[in-house]
Design a protein around this ligand. Sequence first.
Ligand SMILES: NC(=O)c1ccc[n+]([C@@H]2O[C@H](COP(=O)([O-])OP(=O)(O)OC[C@H]3O[C@@H](n4cnc5c(N)ncnc54)[C@H](OP(=O)(O)O)[C@@H]3O)[C@@H](O)[C@H]2O)c1
Length: 280
Amino acid sequence: MATTIAVLGATGRTGGETVRHLRASGVPVRALTRQPDGDAGRSLTELGAEVVEADMDQVASLRGALEGITRLFSVQPAFDGRGRYHQDVEAAQGAAVASAAADVGVEHIVQLSAGRGEPSGLPHFDAKLTIREGFEQAGMIVTALHPGPFMELMVDPAFVPALGVWGVEPRIVGWNRPLPWVALADIGARAADALTAPVPSASTAIELIGDSRSLRGCSSLLTEATGRRPRRLPVPTWVFKTMVGDEFIDMWRWITEQEGFPVTAGLMDVPSWMARRFPR
Ligand SMILES: NC(=O)c1ccc[n+]([C@@H]2O[C@H](COP(=O)([O-])OP(=O)(O)OC[C@H]3O[C@@H](n4cnc5c(N)ncnc54)[C@H](OP(=O)(O)O)[C@@H]3O)[C@@H](O)[C@H]2O)c1
């Protein structure tokens, strides 16, 4: 019988895409959520996943939910509903996953990371490197996925900080600097591939970037695809900072310090993603 793969954050963006790709190939999935009976949990059941309650804030709950699992997709969402980052929460959740996964005998973790796999000084990037180290020290092989910003950021009003991409980000990075982007569907597909391949002999880090394109370029494509210009809220940078803290602004500054982002072969570029998102 095929190995069951457990997916943390299964009701969320990256975990959700991972579940969809695994289920589309008929792979047995244990989808982990704090609310199995919620709407999102029920949708996962309809996809054929076994939906199980798990809370990363409680190691005992994780241990129970991961019983019998050898391969795991791990994501710590890190930002609260208002867009504020909590490094202590992310670190504690990562440590809880390491402990529970090692206890039940997980061999391979596909970790949704961020940044480029090297220390950056940015708390939410560096926390993920520490979490990866914890997984490795606990004896597990890690495939760390390092995606660029999700293309969905451009259009999803539920994304905090939705008002940032077209309102505040251009003031930090400028309209013309090429930025890295990746489609969620590609993250899910690459995660599913890694989780269903034989367990690698060593840990690896993989950058996932489908396109390198400026905000001006993305804005014109979006205007063309939707027939209207992206909604821009004129929020002053200091107000944005007061609302969500420093993390996003520091991340956008970090992007401006990078010398380009190599595009990963085989991933969607922004025009391909828009054609799928806004079919004519
Ligand atoms: N946005 C970007 O462009 C970008 C780019 C690169 C990397 N990242 C990284 O991506 C991550 C966010 O991933 P995402 O967008 O897939 O997350 P998400 O959609 O915000 O949320 C993922 C899921 O995590 C679950 N969750 C939250 N707290 C939990 C807990 N205590 N125990 C168990 N489950 C919990 C929630 O499910 P339930 O409520 O059902 O439990 C939620 O649906 C962050 O770490 C970020 O740094 C983001």
